[in-house]
Write a protein that binds this ligand. Structure first.
Ligand code: NAD
Length: 280
């Protein structure tokens, strides 16, 4: 029935994910019967290319929908019937909803980051924003920022071809003056309003910071997508130097909240989810 839901997360290395707990706790608060299962491809002994089989099985056995993560956000697309505009523009899906016999792909990393900026960096200037990291998270962040009206994104990545590919992709979707590759972080940050960090640096498994402290002026706002820990070395340093900061927890919570709404048709309480996230 529509008040009971079965959801799965498909990917590899998803054991530590906080998303199942976030969904189930919010569903319990709303009085829903809601099970959120891990469908770990490694545990299932399946290669990423088998994502279509997992999708077909979930569809057949009555799942409401799936979250999809590394390494199958792109691979899943060929198995879907339709895509939201963001998912189509990115070529990446993190949420699949089964409805009326169809599988529809969405990307709530984009909407989640946009909402986190609205909540945690309201009214921050967005004329010039530097993005470090043009991988999965960086692509979603860039589309979110330009959708929010950012003037220009300067994309920095140690893999220059990745930065260049993302910048040209963004120019095609948003306009010729809206994005460019930047090869030197210090130069890119000159005159910038804000900085979004979207590399794995600063995670527990990858300690450190991708940004030299002396580049952090107090007028610069600084957002990190890393959320384990919430207080990364980058954010701790930025805060100490007087910068306004946004941690990656809000993006993680809002992407889950937006997926929850797509699955259930109900509006979750994002503040309650944030408070719960803080306890995990
Ligand atoms: P990815 O591997 O797809 O991309 C990382 C990119 O950063 C690569 O292109 C790499 O070349 C580049 N890079 C690495 N070190 C660099 C450096 N020092 N300077 C410049 N570029 C560098 O990774 P991803 O999937 O985009 O994930 C990145 C981080 O974002 C992870 O910590 C992940 O946990 C986090 N994440 C958070 C959320 C959230 O909801 N908050 C969502 C998705 C991902």
């Amino acid at each position: 029935s529509s008040d009971s839901h079965l959801i799965g997360l498909v990917g590899t290395g998803i054991g530590p994910s906080l998303t199942p707990a976030l969904h189930e706790h919010e569903a319990a608060a709303l009085g829903l019967r809601y099970l959120y299962r891990l469908l770990d491809l490694d545990a299932l002994g399946l290669p990423p290319a088998a994502v279509g089989e997992v999708l077909a099985a979930a569809r057949l056995t009555g799942f409401t929908g799936l979250n999809v993560t590394h390494p199958v956000k792109q691979l899943v697309i060929e198995h879907l019937d339709d895509l939201s505009p963001d998912a189509a523009a990115l070529g990446a899906v993190n949420t699949v909803v089964f409805r009326d016999g169809k599988a529809i792909g969405h990307n709530t990393d984009v909407s989640g980051f946009a909402r986190s900026v609205g909540a945690g960096l309201a009214d921050a200037p967005l004329d010039h924003v530097v993005l470090i990291g043009a991988g999965g998270a960086g692509v979603a962040v860039a589309h979110a920022l330009l959708t929010l009206g950012a003037g220009e994104i300067r994309v920095v990545d140690t893999d220059r071809s990745r930065a260049g590919t993302l910048a040209s992709h963004l120019r095609r979707r948003f306009g010729a003056d809206r994005a460019r590759r930047a090869d030197d972080l210090a130069t890119a940050l000159r005159g910038a309003d804000g900085l979004v960090h979207a590399t794995p640096t600063g995670m527990r498994e990858h300690p450190g910071s991708a940004v030299p402290p002396e580049l952090l002026r107090p007028e610069l706002w600084v957002a990190d997508v890393v959320y384990r820990p919430l207080d990364t070395e980058l954010l701790t340093t930025a805060r100490a130097r007087g910068c306004r900061v946004l941690d990656g927890g809000r993006m993680a919570v809002f992407q889950a909240a937006d997926a929850f709404r797509l699955f259930t048709g109900l509006e979750p309480d994002a503040d309650r989810m944030l408070r719960h996230f803080d306890t995990l």
